[in-house]
Write a protein that binds this ligand. Structure first.
Ligand code: NAD
Length: 290
């Protein structure tokens, strides 16, 4: 397939490399990042999009996505599909989809979970919003870049699934970390706490698969001095998107709101920036109640 790939950063670079390795013809564009091996460098977003059957974008936020889409869409031929894999606000995802459809294109919002490790290994999960026809066109590419793709519904449904999942993740990680810090102060050994909770009703992905306590459970960023992993500032980005969406549809999300405040303070007023999002544990352990 002829593919345009715009945004070749930490995630987009390895995703484009996997598509090239599978034999697809990729024209890549990024303002800064170099083209990975096998990807032909385009001089602009519109050059990358010209003649492509599918254009994939992997960009930092909704404003940049809107700007790039405004350049790419006019260069695309009718029937081609614009597939955005970035994590952006639901409103931007729907606006870009509307614009693409008005130009006779297919459009998908297809944010991912799995991080840089998943992008490199080709084991991402794609959560996808858009039409059946557009999904069917891009599905073979999802299978190369990932191990699972779920068609969640119409435009915006992929972003909705992503921010709901990450709101659960942020709140669950926060309470898992505070529970470990409480256990410390109660004199409960962390390993015993893990043994009990990981097999009891408090279990979760945060506890069982990504335990924030060093030396306990499977290998996780806690065992590597809390180097990310999934950086706290990326968690903050996703939590803010969840609150933006909640406001737009008047949904009551008190736990999501509290997790957002907590990560905002950790990243912007404390030492959380650049650390894994599970580094809330040493934060709580060093603090007292007031
Ligand atoms: P990144 O900053 O490494 O990559 C983004 C790239 O976009 C950069 O290389 C930048 O130069 C490029 N870019 C910015 N503006 C551009 C423009 N106008 N034209 C062309 N290129 C432009 O970020 P990333 O970690 O690759 O994340 C990309 C997206 O994936 C984000 O939306 C992020 O939330 C999401 N995501 C990231 C992770 C992760 O673990 N890194 C996990 C899941 C989802």
């Amino acid at each position: 397939m002829k593919i345009g790939f715009i945004g070749l950063g930490n995630m987009g670079g390895p995703m484009a490399a996997n598509l090239a390795r599978a034999g697809h013809q990729i024209a890549g564009f990024d303002l800064v990042a170099p083209c990975p091996e096998g990807v032909t460098k385009a001089a602009s977003a519109s050059e990358a999009a010209t003649g492509a059957e599918v254009v994939i974008t992997m960009l930092p936020n909704g404003a940049i996505l809107r700007a790039v889409a405004a350049e790419a869409i006019p260069a695309m031929a009718a029937g081609a599909v614009l597939c955005d894999c970035s994590t952006v606000d639901v409103e931007s995802a729907r606006a870009v989809a509307d614009q693409a459809q008005a130009a006779g294109l297919g459009a998908l919002d297809a944010p991912v979970s799995g991080g840089v490790g998943g992008a490199t290994a080709g084991t991402l999960t794609f959560m996808v919003g858009g039409s059946d026809a557009a999904f069917a066109t891009v599905q073979p590419l999802f299978e190369i870049m990932g191990q699972k793709s779920v068609h969640c519904g119409a435009a915006g449904a992929g972003q909705a699934a992503k921010i709901c999942n990450n709101m659960i993740l942020g709140a669950t990680m926060a309470v898992t970390c505070e529970a470990f810090a409480l256990a410390d102060k109660l004199g409960l050994d962390r390993a015993r706490m893990f043994d009990v909770v990981s097999t009891s009703s408090g279990y979760s992905w945060s506890m069982n698969a990504y335990c924030p306590a060093p030396g306990i459970g499977p290998q996780s960023p806690a065992d590597n001095d809390y180097k990310p992993g999934f950086a706290a500032e990326l968690m903050l980005k996703d939590l803010r998107l969840s609150q933006q969406a909640a406001e737009a549809v008047n949904a009551d999300t008190p736990m999501g709101a509290r997790a957002t405040e907590l990560y905002a303070s950790f990243v912007e007023a404390e030492d959380g920036k650049g650390r894994d999002f599970s580094a809330l544990l040493p934060r709580f352990a060093a603090r007292s109640r007031s």
